[in-house]
Design a protein around this ligand. Structure first.
Ligand code: NAD
Ligand code: GLY
Length: 361
């Protein structure tokens, strides 16, 4: 077992992230379970792969399970109720610990169940997709979708610990690995040009699932996310830069039907649109935009929005984004590679150019 640890520094809500190989074989979670009850929430794809290993690593206490159907389309209040039903049926009390075993869908749903059950109980993230290991399991955003908007029902609720075991990625479909890489390269674009250069050099190894390189990418991604979240836990300011490409991306996901475009795929196309608008504003050069496109393509990600989506579709769906303030759309744009801003400093005409352009800036 090889492992690295980093800390999310949030005062009395601080917690460690363990990144490494074979972590399911360890008993590292035991110190983070406070009471004598655990509910593991997983889904019908991940549970058969990893539930037994996780259970074997836990202390000999009451352990219950909820297995949700697999898919973004089940990330809603109806299916969340299955978690509350199990908690109440099996008489879980306020010292229970919920463990999310799965990708971002399971993690967000379990986190929200933990935030709301008896006004808040402990929870642990055991992310099993690259996307959830580098992004959704860290930082305490939890929630479910509403038919009128993604992640619109939710709460901030930090986990006790995050266990990111890179060997879990061996069973991940290629398309899901690429979707996770969209969030990894995001950290380079918004925060760290040197990391972006490393990703450009190592993308082929990451796509080929070199576990050492994947561990490095996961560790640096979590380190950046932890730094940003520690400065702005509840997204009053800088945390919003983590949403590069997401305003466009959420519009794509909602328009195409949740689950048809993967979240990371939609973010990749959205990141290209944000880079394009940044270039039209004179903040990125054409070479910068080419670099954004090349690294996304090397990760096997889409770089164009769906052909059947109009500018009007985007504008309508983007107007419910959580970054809209007083009716004003704000976007995460790039001032350079490695530097992001949250801004409303773009004209409707320039945005329209990005939404209707046949080719990028
Ligand atoms: P996901 O949870 O749907 O997982 C993707 C697919 O991979 C699913 O079919 C899942 O069953 C399968 N899977 C998971 N682990 C596997 C494994 N080890 N082997 C084989 N198959 C496996 O999707 P995701 O990309 O992990 O997460 C996307 C979700 O995360 C979205 O709902 C998004 O809104 C949310 N999200 C939340 C945050 C946050 O800060 N809370 C950040 C980013 C994304
Ligand atoms: N994924 C964006 C955030 O956690 O803030």
């Amino acid at each position: 077992m090889t492992q690295q640890t980093l800390n999310v520094d949030l005062g009395d809500r601080s917690y460690p992230i363990f990144v490494g190989k074979d972590l399911f074989l360890s008993s590292m979670l035991a110190p983070y379970i406070r009471g004598n009850q655990v509910l593991i929430v997983s889904n019908s794809t991940v549970a058969p792969l990893y539930m037994d290993a996780l259970r074997a690593a836990l202390p000999d206490i009451q352990i219950d399970e909820v297995i949700l159907p697999d898919g973004e389309e089940y990330k809603n209040l109806t299916y969340l109720n299955a978690v509350y039903d199990e908690l109440l049926t099996k008489k879980h009390n306020r010292t229970t610990t919920l463990i999310a075993l799965g990708g971002g869908v399971v993690g967000d749903m379990t986190g929200y169940a933990a935030a709301s059950y008896q006004r808040g109980v402990n929870f642990i993230q055991v992310p099993t997709t690259l996307l959830s290991q580098v992004d959704s399991s860290v930082g305490g955003k939890t929630g479910v979708n509403h038919p009128l908007g993604k992640n619109m029902i939710g709460a901030f609720h930090q986990p006790q610990v995050v266990l990111a075991s890179v060997d879990a990625l061996e069973t991940l479909p290629d398309r899901e690995l690429s979707a996770g890489l969209a969030e990894v390269v995001k950290y380079g674009f918004i925060y760290d040009e040197a990391f972006l250069c490393w990703l450009e050099e190592n993308m082929a190894d990451l796509v080929a699932r070199d576990s050492g390189k994947l561990s490095q990418a996961i560790y640096r991604s979590c380190e950046i996310k932890a730094e940003v979240v520690a400065q702005d836990e509840r997204e009053g300011g800088i945390r919003a830069i983590l949403n590069l490409g997401h305003t466009f991306g959420h519009a794509i996901e909602a328009n195409q039907g949740y689950g048809n475009w993967l979240h990371g795929e939609a973010v990749a196309a959205g990141t290209m649109m944000a880079a394009d608008l940044s270039c039209r504003l004179g903040w990125l050069t054409r070479d910068d935009v080419k670099r954004v496109e090349s690294v996304l393509l090397a990760a096997n990600l889409p770089v164009r929005p769906p052909q059947d989506m109009s500018a009007a579709d985007f504008i309508e769906l983007m107007s419910v984004d959580k970054k809209v303030l007083d009716g004003q759309l704000r976007l995460v744009l790039l001032k350079g590679l490695g530097e992001a801003v949250v801004t409303e400093e773009f004209s409707a005409d320039l945005l329209q150019e990005t939404l209707t352009a046949d080719s990028y800036c």
